[in-house]
Design a binder for this molecule. Structure first.
Ligand code: BGC
Ligand code: BGC
Length: 744
């Protein structure tokens, strides 16, 4: 008997943890009780709730069944609902999550999006038995830096770059362009703007925030809201080309302990208000139609179950009259709730639960809970009214004058939008150091190195085509340009040359090397880190900078990242250092605009970007407590300054443990052990490369185990969690083979 299989190159996962054990709200936790007078007052404009519209809503609600009402309070994800379902279930809203594309194709072209959204809308209209005019679906998408899920859309800089531009009006114009690209596919709702005030750069969502200063974030809230929605007019729907916005994530998402995504903000009320709430009043005053509740907790109580925050403060003190939506299955984190069953969230004041794959059972359970009086009818009616208010602002209840921009695919990546993105790139770049290496001069020969030299995906970061922004190639950005392509074009115009050599080994004489490197794309909790050090224990880019310097070249770092990181060694090894953040698909063109002189040997554009987050002086200290470069820092050609040698004390000796990679490239991940038990042997084997796999051979009962210290995978468990194993079967097994993952 021979049972054998190859365990190939990678074994990775996101799995396994005890369910979250958040403290239950109780009288003993007064620190999670918000007091309205401590919060800034605001008010949705009267144009959101005019009497005529309210009367129409009342009439409409009289004709709705209980299930139809509950259906208006649920948003399902297109990955888990088909148009046919909408003929049967009265679900009122859909979203396309980060990895959900039309017809199961997450890289579908724009035309397929238009087709799918039309099919969903038609199915909802055609649902039999409706005793009222069909209520249009809301269709939401995360258009957080352009309509970023759609191939060919303009990918703008992430918010961190727009914050560095210190130009709220520009962000407003970008929001308006993005709204048009959203409307072009037939969607009418975006989960933006993010008004988080990230206070710990270890948080993987730092780049979604405009900056670490409450006043800066607040200054972006109204212009961006108005860009997305336009100005509300009483009794009128939004002007064509505008869609509904969603301020998120209410509240304290950027203030969690340790910068943990979906974590716990352990803060007194005054700090929560002073630091984390400041963006909401201006967004509400500007008429924002949606607010998304944060996954996170405040002093141990999940925001989505905190009535004092959602009802007393947001709807009461702040007078928000729009729709309060939950986050992705976040109701499942509430003690006593399941993703399919959570009266506590409705009772706290949520008007719509995001139930991507849990919508069907949630509908049935919620109907039963309203019938049983667990959720009062008045509460349900309030929720439905708020949803309908938003829908009426998006017009089209009577079939007529529908969405004029739907199908206008010429708007996706339109030249004017690309020009706007390029302008934003130029404004967002922050020059941290320049010892005369920049600008690049006419006629210079420039080596373009680093793993980001020819990668547009790296410039775009997370929330780009896919949720994590991974798996994208330059071909996915038909209108994009890498830094190499941008430099080649710009240098070519002034008699210079750019040579691409990611490894920096191209032979020949060069005047300078531009090295493009930094973080690889990530989103949400997958971007959480334990240290602010760039490449801890494994400084391959530093080695590249040093090699190029040893060749006698001026070395210019173009650092691509979702946040400032501790880069003292890299700063020391560079003659110039540009923080480019995540500039998007026009990054290459915009970077070249500022880096390369014009024909007269004068800069065409100077650096105007200034940090909106502190740059850390140490890997282990919250950046704003010990900044190397404070908020507002940024050099320019007009105002140079010297940066001396920086301390490199505190660099890690070894790379940190990755809790989600167990076996890769023939090695067990750091912190993990591989062992065999019983009648099984393991030998090294080639699986595409030399000895990068293991062959297992069973002669009887036996197991192979990879284990290590306890790791916390709670956050992975709320996302797309899977255990991934690559294997090749050498001979079919004669007995049962089990593959699993577990705790303990
Ligand atoms: C994120 C939100 C996003 C939603 C829908 C959640 O996981 O936290 O920011 O809007 O998913 O994709
Ligand atoms: C979805 C994202 C969502 C995330 C939540 C992913 O599967 O695509 O939109 O934000 O799960 O963790």
């Amino acid at each position: 008997m021979r049972r054998s299989l190859f365990l190939l190159a990678s074994l990775a996962s996101a799995c396994c943890a005890n369910p979250a054990t958040a403290a239950a709200p109780s009288a003993a936790a007064p620190s999670a009780l918000a007091h309205p007078q401590a919060w800034p007052a605001a008010h949705s404009p009267a144009t959101l709730t005019d009497p005529a519209t309210e009367a129409r809503i009342t009439q409409l609600m009289r004709r709705m069944t209980l299930a139809e009402k509950v259906g208006q309070t649920i948003v399902a994800d297109i990955g888990s609902i088909a148009p046919a379902d909408l003929r049967r279930y009265p679900i009122g809203a859909l979203l396309a999550g980060g990895n959900s594309g039309p017809y199961g194709d997450d890289r579908a072209p724009a035309a397929r999006w238009v087709q799918a959204i039309r099919a969903y809308r038609a199915a909802a209209r055609a649902r039999p038995g409706q005793q009222h005019v069909p209520i249009p679906l809301l269709f939401g998408i995360d258009a957080v830096h352009g309509n970023n899920n759609i191939p060919g859309a303009t990918i703008f800089p992430h918010n961190i770059g727009l914050g560095a531009a210190h130009d709220p009006a520009l962000a407003g114009r970008i929001a308006a362009a993005t709204a048009q690209e959203v409307a072009a596919i037939g969607a009418d709702w975006t989960f933006a703007p993010t008004l988080a005030v990230p206070r710990n750069l270890r948080w993987g969502r730092s780049y979604e925030g405009f900056g670490e200063t409450p006043a800066l974030v607040a200054s972006y809230a109204a212009p961006v809201t108005l860009g997305i929605q336009g100005r509300l007019v009483a009794g009128q729907p939004l002007a064509p080309g505008h869609v509904a916005g969603t301020a998120k994530h209410f509240i304290g998402d950027g203030g969690t302990a340790g910068g943990h995504d979906q974590g716990d903000a352990r803060l007194d009320e005054a700090t929560l208000v002073r630091v984390h709430a400041q963006g909401y009043p201006p967004a509400i005053d500007a008429g924002i139609l949606g607010v998304m509740v944060s996954f996170s907790s405040w002093n141990g109580v999940r925001d989505i179950a905190n009535r004092s925050l959602l009802t007393t403060v947001l709807k009461g003190r702040m007078g928000f009259e729009g729709l309060v939506v939950g986050d992705w299955n976040a109701q499942g984190d509430v003690p006593g709730c399941k993703t399919t069953d959570c009266p506590a969230a409705y009772l706290a004041g949520v008007d719509m639960l995001m139930a991507p794959d849990s919508w069907k059972a949630l509908l049935a359970n919620t109907v039963a809970e309203v019938r049983a009086g667990i959720i009062p009818m008045a509460r349900l009616n309030d929720a439905v009214r708020r949803v309908l208010r938003v829908k009426m602002k998006l017009r089209r209840f009577t079939g007529g004058a529908a969405r004029p921009l739907t199908g206008r695919l010429d708007l996706l990546g339109a030249p004017a939008h690309r020009a706007l993105a390029r302008e934003a790139v130029r404004e967002s770049l922050v020059l941290l150091k320049n010892d005369g290496a920049l600008p690049l001069k006419p006629g210079e020969r420039v080596l373009v190195a680093g793993d980001g030299a020819d990668s547009i995906a790296k410039l775009c970061g997370g929330w780009t085509i896919s949720w994590q922004g991974t798996g994208n190639s330059n071909a996915d950005f038909p209108h994009g340009r890498s830094v190499f392509a941008g430099l080649r074009a710009a240098l070519g115009k002034v008699g210079g040359t750019a040579i691409l050599s990611p490894s920096g080994t191209a032979p020949g004489q060069f005047d300078a090397a531009v090295v493009v490197y930094g973080e690889n794309p990530y989103a949400e909790f997958q971007g959480d880190i334990d240290t602010l050090e760039f490449q801890p224990g494994r400084k391959t880019d530093l080695a590249l900078l040093r090699r190029l310097r040893a060749r006698g070249l001026k070395v210019i770092s173009v650092f691509i990242s979702g946040r400032p990181l501790w880069t003292n060694p890299e700063l020391n090894a560079s003659d110039a250092f540009v923080a480019a953040f995540l500039p998007g698909s026009q990054g290459g063109a915009g970077i070249a605009d500022v880096l390369v002189d014009g024909p007269a040997g004068q800069p065409r554009w100077d650096f105007t970007g200034r940090l909106s987050f502190s740059w850390p002086s140490r890997p282990d200290v919250v950046a704003h407590l010990a900044p190397l470069f404070p908020v507002g820092y940024g050099l320019s050609y007009a105002h140079p300054a010297r940066v001396g040698q920086l301390s490199v004390a505190g660099a890690a000796k070894a790379p940190p443990i990755d809790p989600t990679r167990y076996f890769a490239d023939g090695h067990v991940g750091r912190g993990w052990r591989l062992s065999t038990h019983g009648a099984v042997t393991l030998t090294r084997v080639d699986a595409g490369r030399q000895e990068n796999g293991r062959e297992a051979r069973w002669t009887g009962q036996g197991s192979i185990v990879i284990d290590g210290d306890t790791v916390d995978l709670t956050r992975e468990a709320t996302g797309d969690m899977m255990l991934a194993v690559e294997y090749r079967l050498v001979a079919p097994p004669k007995g049962a083979v089990t593959l699993g993952m577990g705790c303990g």
